[in-house]
Design a protein around this ligand. Structure first.
Ligand code: NAD
Ligand code: UFG
Length: 342
């Protein structure tokens, strides 16, 4: 049995990936410090899969605590999701972002070397392409200048991993650059559960749809796009989760070194189109107003998906309607998110 350690496995993308790994015959161990997730996710995963996953409440920056996970298990591969991810927060808390994201990665690498774990998948982001308007982004597109500390942590960790894979000949690394993950598991038992007022589009729309927020502000309606609002490559989180399984499968074919894949759909959807699709899913209007542009927003961002399709055999199959329906199913069943841990 191939065992995968999923760091950040109680988070949004991690939890969906745990299900996909389990469905595909992988043994899963989860390590998460609950910085942005709740224990209830573990219960929900048990309801969905019928399995209680082995869970460690550890901070991946804490070497001695994380060592226990390596000591007690034989790990074949690691998917490193653990990290802080709020762009705006990273601007006001740069130290916390650099410290958490980079130290957790370095600690994982250190222990991987010590315990001879050679397969690593890292959660990167399309943000590493910077402010380029040369779309679609291919894996060969130049890396850009990031506009915030969060983005730089992804950029820097990619570089750290490229350097490590050159120096450590046994190490195999796959960098996955996600575009805009949205949606939720079809059960409606798990989904994106941000604390406080959301910054991202789908969590915000969801809260307007349930009535807990009054109105969506569309950030800019005067872009050079068909309806004047920004285009993004929204990808269903369950498709994204499948992409991780394909990456772990592909690792067996990779001799050594680092490889990188975009995970997106290759299609741009505007903010207005996303709102319309959500209105159809929830059956009522989403109160919205067009406001000024948000600084740092790219007008258009979508992936070239050719490489992932050709080498990983990955192609996202779920539509924007599927994303909205699943998001609404989750949100309407859990209007206040998951219960807090006691
Ligand atoms: P999330 O916040 O829901 O999940 C991250 C998980 O990591 C949380 O459960 C959190 O508690 C945990 N965590 C954070 N720091 C930790 C630490 N030091 N030790 C142990 N656990 C820790 O975020 P997500 O949306 O599931 O994102 C997962 C990964 O994908 C992140 O690295 C994120 O940067 C990356 N990513 C996300 C998006 C997106 O839009 N959601 C886009 C591109 C990349
Ligand atoms: N938007 C609004 N109103 C809102 C929220 C968002 O109009 O209240 C718009 C944004 O202006 C943007 C689009 O909806 O045009 C998507 O915005 P998100 O904040 O949901 O997503 P981003 O594309 O800005 O950012 C995402 C991830 C980042 C990652 C980035 C690049 O959240 O982590 O993609 O990959 F860095």
């Amino acid at each position: 049995m191939h065992t995968v350690l999923v760091t950040g496995g109680l988070g949004f993308i991690g939890s969906h990936t745990v299900i996909a790994l389990n469905e595909n015959g992988y043994e899963v161990i989860i390590a998460d410090n609950l910085a942005n997730s709740k224990m209830e996710v573990l219960n929900r995963l048990e309801i969905i899969t019928g399995k209680r996953f082995k869970f460690y409440n550890v901070d991946c920056c804490d070497e001695s605590a994380l060592r226990v996970v390596f000591e007690e298990n034989t790990i074949d591969s690691i998917i490193h999701f653990a990290g802080l991810k709020a762009v705006g927060e990273s601007v006001v808390m740069p130290y916390e972002y650099y410290s958490n994201n980079i130290n957790s990665m370095l600690t994982v690498i250190k222990l991987m070397r010590e315990y001879k774990v050679n397969n690593l998948v890292f959660s990167s982001s399309a943000t590493v392409y910077g402010m380029s308007e040369d779309v679609p982004f291919t894996e060969e597109s130049p890396l850009g200048i990031c506009t915030n500390p969060y983005g730089w942590t992804k950029w820097m960790i990619e570089q750290i991993l490229r350097d490590c894979s050159k120096a450590y000949s046994d190490l195999k690394v796959i960098l996955l650059r996600y575009f805009n993950p949205v949606g939720a598991h079809e059960s409606g038992l798990i989904g994106e559960d941000p604390r406080g007022i959301p910054n991202n589009l789908f969590p915000y729309i969801s809260k307007v749809a349930t009535g807990s927020l009054e109105r969506l502000t569309i950030h800019g309606g005067d872009y050079d796009t068909p309806d004047g609002t920004c285009l993004r490559d929204y990808i269903h989180v369950c498709d994204l989760a499948d992409g991780h399984v394909k990456a772990i499968n592909y690792m067996a074919k990779l001799e050594s070194g680092v490889d990188v894949f975009n995970l997106g759909t290759g299609k741009g959807t505007s903010v207005i189109e996303a709102v319309k699709a959500f209105e159809k899913a929830c059956g009522h209007e989403i109160n919205n107003v067009i406001g000024p542009r948000r600084s740092g927003d790219l007008p258009v961002c979508y992936a070239s998906t050719d490489k992932a399709e050709r080498l990983l055999g990955f192609k996202a199959s779920r539509t924007i309607e599927d994303m909205c329906e699943s998001c609404w199913n989750w949100q309407s069943k859990n209007p206040n998110g998951l219960p807090e841990d006691n």
